[in-house]
Structures are given as C-alpha cells and as structure tokens.
Design a protein. Structure first.
Length: 370
C-alpha cells in the first residue's frame, strides 16, 4: 500500500513537471498546428522569454495572467486580431541568445533590442516581410550576418553597429532596396564592400567604419545620390577614392580616415561637395595639392587631412570658411617658405570659430607672421 502511494506521488510529480515543461517551451511542437496565428505570436514571445536572461525583471509582465499584447515592450495591431507589430526592448539589461521563434512574428514592423547584452548568432528573419526597422545595435552578437536577411525587402533601417559580427557582408545586400539608414559599423566584418549596395538609391546615412574591410571602394557607391553621411573609416580599404563619390553633392559628412587610400583629390572637390560640414581623410596615403576649392564648401566645420602625403602650399581659401572649428593638416609634406606661402595664416584670422589648428610635421620654414 505504502509503495503504491509512493508511486502515485511520483507519477503526479512527473505529470506536473511535464506540464511545466510544456508551458515553458515545447507547446508549439505538441499542440498547435491548428491554432490561429495570433496565438503563434504569443508562443513565439514565450520562446523568446524562455531563453532570455532577465536580471532586472524587464519581462516580469510577460505572464499568462496578462494579455500578451500588454506585455512590456510588445505592440499589437488590433486590426489584425492582435498580431505583434513591434518588439521594443531597448536597454533592459537582457542577455542570452535570441530565440529563432522571433522569425515567426510575421507582422513585425520594428524589432529593437538595442543596448542589451544579447549574444550568439542573429537568427534567420527571412519571413519578416513587413519589417522596416531592425535595431540590434550595442549587443554582443557574433557570427556572420545571415544571407537570408536580404529577404526582408521592406527594411528601411538596418542598425547592427557595435557588435562582434564577423565574416563578409552578404553579397546580395543590395536587394534591400528600401534602406534609408544602413549601419554595420564597429564590428569585425571582413571581405570587400559589395557593389550591389549601389542599388540602394534612397540611402541617406551609410556607416561601415571600424571593421576590417578590404579592397577598393566600389564606384557604385556614387549612386547614393541622396546621401548625407558616408562613413568607411578605420578599415583596410585601398585604391583611389572613386571619382563617382565626388558627385554626391548632398554629402555633409565624409569619413574615410585610417585606410590605405591613395591618389589625389580633384581640384574642384569643394565646388562639387558644396554641403560638406565634416571631412575626415586623415591617415591615408593621399598625395598632391589640397584643393583651393575647399574654401567654397562654406559649411565646413571640421577638416582632418593629417598624416597623408599632401604637398604644396596651404590654400588661403580656408579663410572663407567662417564656421571652421578644426583644421588638422599635420604630418604631411606641406610647404611654406616665403611670405606668400604663409598667407593662409593671415586668411585664417577670419575664422573666428577656429579652435584647433594643427600644422606639425610638415616642411614649413621661415618666420611665423605676427
Ligand atoms: C504578472 O505580471 C504582473 C505585472 O508585472 C504582476 O503584477 C503579476 O504578479 C504577474 N503574475 C504572475 C502570476 O506572475
Ligand atoms: C491591455 O490593458 C488595458 C489597460 O489595462 C486594457 O484596457 C486592455 O483591454 C488590455 N488589452 C488586452 C488586449 O487585453
Ligand atoms: C485572434 O484571432 C482571432 C480570429 O483570427 C480572434 O477571434 C481573436 O480575438 C484573436 N485573439 C486576440 C487575442 O486578439
Ligand atoms: C522570402 O520571403 C518569401 C515571402 O515570405 C518566401 O516565400 C521565401 O521563401 C523567402 N525566401 C527565403 C530565402 O527565405
Ligand atoms: C534603435 O533604433 C530605434 C529606431 O530607429 C532608435 O529609436 C534607437 O535609438 C536605436 N538605438 C540605438 C542604440 O541606436
Ligand atoms: C576580429 O577578427 C580577427 C581576425 O579575423 C580576430 O583575430 C580578432 O580576434 C577578432 N576580434 C574580435 C573582437 O572578435
Ligand atoms: C540592381 O538591380 C537591378 C534590377 O533591379 C539588377 O538587375 C542588378 O543586378 C542589381 N545590381 C546589383 C549590383 O545587384
Ligand atoms: C531624397 O530625399 C528627399 C527628401 O527627404 C526625398 O523627398 C526624395 O524622395 C529622396 N530621393 C530619393 C531618390 O530617395
Ligand atoms: C557625375 O555626375 C555627372 C552629372 O550628373 C555625370 O555626367 C557623371 O557621369 C557622373 N560621374 C560619375 C563618375 O558618376
Ligand atoms: C571655388 O574656388 C576656386 C578657388 O578658390 C575659385 O577659383 C572658384 O571661382 C570658386 N568657385 C565658385 C563657384 O565659387
Ligand atoms: C576676411 O573677411 C573680410 C570681411 O568679411 C573680407 O573682406 C576679407 O576678404 C576676408 N579675408 C579672406 C582671406 O577671406
């Protein structure tokens, strides 16, 4: 009798355990081939929570006594019978991998998990055809960017910066034709910049700095006719700056610092890039004269041409830049020997906002004018 009762107790405990187990993960696989899609959204969220480490209790509202559309960070569209349209868990102290089940939230518009400590691979999100904003920035994702991401054809913002992503940028990334904002900077990406990117003609801001990209800058980036910010600095890019880039007349920031770029700058550069505010070309192998026409780009505030092989005189036209704050021309082979070649210094008197003027390590001699 006593033994019988013990067996019963054990069985009950086993069943309880099984029920708990099903609740916390496997439900989808066991029972749900016929449930409405809004319930699969809930199950996907339960899967997401099950593998997430949540030390601050940010997901404590994610329990069955509350409708999942009211769970913190979850937004639903009631018109679509409670399908999840946004998951925003910015800066919640979350860590662990992202459950691949997130890829089943097929009505998702926005996935913002930025500024947490999520790690592991970015899961396949290729069924998220409605997704417009993907922000996984400031996490610890590693591994490669899945090729299948190129199927999210409605993406407008792709923010994967400040992770540990490696491998190459998917070759067909240019299929994401609706991108306006593209930022994969501060990762460990290798390989070359895919020319297919030239198909993303609506792009406004494009950032790949602080990676390990090599090869040349593709001519196709010259198709970014609406771009205002282009950042490719701190990589291993070589060859010349494609002439097509000097057609991007809406550019405000051009960051190509710390690469191995060679060749000279076109003499009409300042006339063609007339909206430039920040120009960072330092730490490359650029040569030739600094174009006089830079003085025509009247919004320039910050110019870094340091640590290149520029020769000739410093243009007096810099004196026309009334917003200039910083001019760094150090570590070049610039010359000043007579009063005419020191004229630029007099011209700079007009730049009343100037805070930094760096000219060290050049070939300047004679007397600095009073
Ligand atoms: C569910 O979450 C709500 C809100 O955070 C909380 O008040 C409630 O105690 C939770 N219920 C359970 C059963 O954990
Ligand atoms: C979410 O919470 C609000 C306020 O408590 C409530 O009015 C609403 O009905 C809840 N939504 C769902 C889908 O249960
Ligand atoms: C799920 O969708 C069904 C119809 O497809 C609807 O009747 C039900 O109210 C929805 N559930 C929620 C929680 O919105
Ligand atoms: C891309 O999305 C479409 C539509 O959802 C789907 O039919 C197709 O299988 C997906 N392709 C890949 C490679 O995931
Ligand atoms: C992530 O993207 C959202 C939407 O664009 C933005 O509001 C948020 O500031 C971004 N977070 C970071 C860390 O960039
Ligand atoms: C980046 O990649 C290089 C070479 O592939 C490797 O040596 C280095 O450890 C990686 N750095 C990080 C932070 O993953
Ligand atoms: C750009 O798109 C066109 C048509 O949409 C396609 O034929 C071409 O192959 C694409 N170019 C690249 C480099 O992907
Ligand atoms: C360029 O930007 C403007 C203003 O935001 C917008 O109206 C226009 O449609 C854009 N053009 C392209 C090709 O994306
Ligand atoms: C630059 O733009 C001009 C005029 O729009 C065009 O004729 C020329 O082919 C473009 N140059 C490059 C290298 O894209
Ligand atoms: C641009 O600058 C150059 C040299 O400083 C000058 O000759 C030229 O006339 C300027 N162009 C315009 C459009 O102001
Ligand atoms: C400095 O400013 C004055 C007054 O605006 C102007 O006359 C002069 O030509 C400027 N000098 C230079 C070198 O641009």
């Amino acid at each position: 009798m006593a033994e019988d009762r013990q067996v019963k107790v054990k069985l009950t405990m086993l069943m309880l355990l099984l029920a708990l187990c099903l609740l916390s993960h496997g439900v989808r696989n066991v029972c749900c081939s016929t449930v409405p899609e809004n319930s699969t959204d809930m199950l996907a969220l339960i899967d997401f929570k099950a593998v997430t480490t949540d030390p601050l209790g940010s997901l404590s509202s994610w329990n069955t006594s509350i409708h999942y559309c009211n769970w913190s960070g979850v937004t639903c569209n009631q018109k679509n019978h409670g399908r999840v349209t946004a998951l925003k868990l910015y800066n919640q102290g979350l860590s662990g991998p992202i459950s691949p089940s997130v890829g089943f939230l097929t009505f998702l518009h926005t996935l913002d998990l930025s500024t947490n400590q999520f790690s592991g691979q970015i899961p396949h999100l290729n069924n998220l055809q409605k997704m417009q904003i993907l922000n996984l920035s400031y996490n610890s994702f590693d591994g490669v960017i899945p090729d299948t991401l190129t199927n999210c054809s409605n993406l407008k913002e792709l923010r994967l910066y400040h992770n540990l992503l490696n491998g190459a940028i998917p070759r067909e990334i240019g299929l994401l034709k609706n991108l306006v904002y593209f930022a994969l900077n501060n990762n460990n990406l290798t390989g070359t910049i895919p020319p297919s990117l030239g198909n993303i003609t609506h792009i406004k801001e494009f950032f790949l700095q602080e990676n390990q990209l090599e090869g040349t800058i593709p001519d196709e980036l010259g198709h970014f006719s609406n771009i205002s910010m282009l950042g490719l600095g701190t990589n291993r890019l070589s060859g010349t700056i494609p002439v097509s880039l000097f057609n991007l007349s809406l550019l405000q920031g051009l960051h190509l610092r710390a690469n191995q770029l060679s060749g000279s700058l076109p003499s009409n550069m300042g006339d063609r890039l007339s909206n430039l505010e920040r120009l960072y070309l330092g730490q490359n192998w650029l040569e030739g004269h600094i174009p006089d026409s830079l003085g025509n780009a009247s919004m320039l505030q910050d110019i870094g041409l340091q640590s290149n092989d520029f020769t000739g005189q410093i243009p007096s036209s810099f004196g026309k830049l009334s917003s200039l704050i910083r001019l760094d021309l150090g570590l070049n082979m610039l010359e000043a020997k007579d009063s005419e070649s020191w004229e630029f210094l007099h011209a700079l008197e007009n730049c009343s906002a100037l805070q930094v003027l760096a000219l060290s390590n050049n070939q300047m001699q004679g007397v600095i004018p009073n």
